[in-house]
Design a binder for this molecule. Structure first.
Ligand SMILES: [Zn+2]
Ligand SMILES: [Zn+2]
Length: 182
């Protein structure tokens, strides 16, 4: 494992930032990650940046909209992790997708992992351990055979008490998901 190529920000400085200053600093971090990615692919377009992602996901590269989305609640609560890992993670998606004209590679496949390791010097993790209770009104994640379901506290408690719910699309029982994706 090589060392991270984006220097880690000072934790005390990060914690001192107002929400507006934090988002401005995150935009600068995205810019720095983008400049590194352009060393691999000089034609890589600059992604737009939004802080409008909600729920359990920390970040998302949104190719239809042409940019990256970050979860503002999780960013404020997990500042260092966003700067060290989440922003490079999403920029790696942005880079791999633009290198892959046929859109054939898997989102967290070999190409993405290689960018994380070799360009950003990071372990290619695909889940985060953030506490998502404040970020999501329906914080309990379940899965079936076709999609993810977000349940509120009441249905989650009913399941814990023995009730079962099934997915109306694939008709499989919902089962809990352990970790939130990035
Ligand atoms: Zn289903
Ligand atoms: Zn990802």
């Amino acid at each position: 494992m090589s060392r991270p190529t984006l220097p880690a920000p000072d934790a005390a400085w990060l914690d001192s930032l107002s929400h507006a200053a934090l988002e401005a600093a995150a935009a600068e971090r995205v810019e720095a990650a983008w400049r590194l990615a352009r060393e691999v692919y000089p034609g890589l377009p600059r992604p737009a940046l939004w802080f409008d992602l909600r729920g359990q996901s920390a970040g998302q590269a949104h190719f239809g909209r042409g940019g990256l989305r970050l979860n503002r609640v999780l960013l404020a609560e997990n500042r260092r992790a966003f700067f060290v890992e989440i922003i490079p993670h999403e920029m790696a998606h942005w880079l791999v997708r633009h290198l892959d004209e046929g859109h054939r590679v898997r989102p967290h496949g070999h190409e993405w992992r290689t960018v994380m390791r070799d360009l950003y010097g990071l372990a290619p993790r695909v889940t985060h351990g953030f506490d998502t209770r404040r970020a999501s009104p329906a914080p309990y994640r379940y899965t079936c055979d076709c999609r993810e379901h977000h349940l509120g506290a009441r249905r989650h408690a009913r399941i814990a008490a023995g009730q079962r719910y099934y997915c109306r699309h694939c008709r499989q029982w919902l089962r809990p998901v352990a970790e939130a994706s990035v």
